[in-house]
Design a protein. Structure first.
Length: 362
């Protein structure tokens, strides 16, 4: 519980700077981050002296198992969440109550305001999310575990993939393997995109068979509470010369982006380091998304690596680096790794081989 208390204490300092003396946390992922409780339908009230988990009888035992020692208020079956929130706020006594502007619904905010007319509501966006950007040692260890589960599952896929398998069959098998290696499941629906379908950055697995093209893009990650996120391209047939060229450009761009990662560098500068390689090769228009994103309790969280993203990298952040080139009608290449920002620069947490020779199965 010490690390959760430390997180709440840090949050209290941010609240004080914002002129609030309380925060109602309504984003369930943020509740998990601040308490360790992994259920849903529960809020957290943080004040200068208290952190009170607001939940219902379904979670009483789970709360005791996951975060014993925390202050908890459980609503009765005759009480709704609004009534529980109002009671807790009245007891805790904040005068300026911050609410998570990106999580709370307008309807709930209005009902709280009507229920607590003497309490001012202060909408504060991304307060906890900004704190979550920098991971502590335990969080980095959780991400490493999710990476290990994903990588071991991919090794099985790589050794067992067959031409007659469909994209969906490969995706289902990959997710099954991640569970066998200890994951809760996949971080997101796995992307298995054969040939021309690899030009879709978020392709959904279909009945298209692996053997219908010479290559397949695999984008996957394991959910072990914290998430991992990787992408590789596998050559499953005769090597297309164009693929080798495009792959080389993407890999060079990815390595340039990774090399730029260190504390004090802006997210847009990291993006530019990789993007320049792709632009110089004549594929600038075919790289239409940001270079990467933070990972943690969510698969997509801050910081974002992209143009116009001026946020400065700090030690403890974990980001993906995933440049891509997408050519409609032909296919696409994306290579993605998870990278930890360290005091001295960076550490690539993922280690699935990615040289051109590693991509070729035949």
């Amino acid at each position: 519980m010490d690390r959760f208390r430390a997180r709440c204490d840090k949050l209290r300092k941010s609240l004080a700077k914002a002129g609030a003396d309380g925060l109602l946390v309504t984003n369930f992922v943020n509740v998990t981050y601040l308490t360790g409780f992994t259920g849903d339908d529960s809020f957290l009230l943080v004040t200068p002296k208290h952190a009170i988990l607001l939940s219902d009888p379904r979670y009483t035992t789970q709360i005791e198992e996951e975060c014993g020692g925390i202050d908890v208020e459980i609503r009765s079956v005759k009480m709704n969440m609004l009534e529980l929130v109002a009671r807790a706020v009245e007891r805790a006594g904040p005068k300026q109550l911050a609410v998570e502007a990106d999580s709370i619904t307008l309807g709930l905010a209005d009902r709280i305001a009507n229920k607590l007319p003497k309490v001012g509501l202060v909408p504060l966006p991304n307060l906890v999310e900004r704190q979550r950007m920098v991971k502590d040692k335990e969080e980095v260890a959780e991400i490493r575990r999710a990476i290990d589960q994903a990588q071991r599952a991919f090794a099985v896929l790589r050794a067992s993939i067959r031409p007659e398998q469909t994209e969906k069959e490969v995706a289902d098998n990959l997710e099954h393997q991640m569970r066998l290696f200890g994951a809760k499941g996949a971080s997101f629906p796995s992307i298995i995109a054969v040939g021309p379908r690899a030009a879709l950055p978020h392709a959904r697995p279909t009945a298209k068979r692996i053997g219908e093209s010479e290559f397949v893009l695999v984008d996957w990650g394991a959910d072990s509470l914290y998430k991992s996120d990787l992408t590789r391209v596998l050559v499953t047939g005769k090597i297309p010369p164009k693929l080798e060229r495009v792959y080389g450009v993407v890999l060079k761009a990815q390595l340039a982006g990774i090399e730029a990662i260190r504390p004090g560098v802006s997210c847009q500068d990291v993006d530019s380091a990789a993007r320049k390689v792709i632009e110089d090769a004549g594929f600038g228009r075919q790289f239409g998304h940001g270079l990467g994103h933070g990972i943690g309790l969510d698969i997509h969280e801050g910081p974002r690596l992209g143009q116009g993203q001026k946020h400065i990298l700090e030690s403890g952040m974990v980001v993906t680096v995933e440049p891509g080139i997408y050519l409609p009608g032909w296919g696409g290449v994306r290579i993605e790794d998870d990278v930890l920002v360290t005091k001295g620069g960076h550490e690539v947490l993922t280690n699935v081989p990615k040289q051109w020779s590693d991509a070729c199965l035949v």
